[in-house]
Design a protein around this ligand. Sequence first.
Ligand code: NAP
Length: 482
Amino acid sequence: MVSRVIPVDPFDLVIFGGTGDLAQRKILPALFRRFCAGQWADGVQIIGAARTKHDGATFRQVVAESLKTHASVQCKDAAALAAFLHCVDYVALDDGSDEGWSTLAAKLQPDRVRAFYFSVGPRLFGSLAERIQSHDLATEQTRIVVEKPFGHDLDSAKVLNATLAAHFREKQIYRIDHYLGKETVQNLMAVRFGNMLFEPLWNSQYVDHIQITVAESVGIDGREEYYERAGAMRDMMQNHLMQLLCLIAMEPPAKFDPDAVRDEKLKVIRALDPVEPHHIVRGQFEGGGPSYRQIVGNPRSTTESYVALRAHVSNWRWAGTPFYLRTGKRLVARSSVINVMFKDAPHSIFGEQAGRHANVLSIRLQPNEGITLKVTIKEPGQGGMRLVDVPLDMSFAEALGPENQEPPDAYERLVMDVIRGNQTLFMRGDEVEAAWAWTDPIIAGWQSRGDVPKPYESGSTGPGDAELLMKRDGRRWQGINP
Ligand code: NAP
């Protein structure tokens, strides 16, 4: 199966923070891969912008070096690289002064999509938005892209939303959660809403519970200051895990259109019950390497590097079905998986010795994106009716053929969606605020109780209490496998 590329018209993309880590490691390599795939022909301009005074040639050299490290093998062809760099330019500017803005204005073309990617800290969003307006750079076809973290709590998210709304319409604002750009996440919607097989079973009558795990083997190196203020709840749970929960739990939207999908996701967040304190476990890595506290240089830190919780979506579909969510740093493996755990068959005709078997639909986001359905069959051969669970595996590499061994990076999809003007995979302002409204009381509860996270070993599956959270309910976590 060959993937289809639908070319886009020439566009101008300005990356504020073009010299930064995110731009160099993710955004520019994603653009380069799209260029290699034939996503556009001529005339596109990708303009890096930051305070450091580079000229265009120096910036192109910086970009070339990054692409050699971060772009995929297929793209490392010198001619393709030279052609891509031909689209790349740079302007030195500062959000705090008028210097450089008229140079940027002179480079932008009229009558085409003009996107401004705010790959900078959120404190710059307001001043950049203001300069874009005061220098008359915003057109009808202008879009802005903002990165997480989108606020620190509900109040700050409201302020950020209001700041952006003062300069741009909601239809122009693209709030990125890169998990939504993953191929498997979109496939989750295809599996749910493109097949008759699953949707009739997708409810509390047939689903026992759902597990969402986003485990990272890395720590917080290089992000200590930010992480110490954020913790796992703000850094991962409020956005990535919450978005995955929404896609699993939402009702079928009437159509695959941005507001129809986002309306359904918002209903899920609003249907979430407050989380009981005894249904949350916080952890902090300690032992098996340098401890979290050593890394952040704060011997009294109570910031969590791990959180597991049990959530409930109070609506007709999910009443009584728990959603167990967990995420953490320095765990045994890097693995993001959603497991939909179906109920046991109501009666076993094969007797006690056949054991208990339940279907599990596993949606793997990373690594090895793909979907597996565990089904029960007869163990082959003699010896009576013995049952065994086997996976029906649909990895992308197998399903889509060798040319699609490497699924597109989330940023490839998301940046091109910005250019196409498709907001389906981006968070709307009210969704972000609703997610904070659910998260804030949890964090406030920890603060008022003086809660201290439970220690866990680096390289483990997290604190023992997270196992107990499940055990108390007669369940257990699926393994965290690379
Ligand atoms: P970074 O490596 O520190 O880069 C920041 C960039 O912004 C640099 O290009 C810097 O260049 C520029 N900049 C700083 N102040 C500026 C100003 N006043 N006016 C114009 N440009 C300015 O940061 P990053 O890791 O790329 O992260 C950027 C944003 O994305 C942050 O909000 C971060 O939370 C978010 N994010 C990052 C990642 C990631 O993997 N890195 C992942 C998700 C979200 P000059 O110093 O030359 O101005």
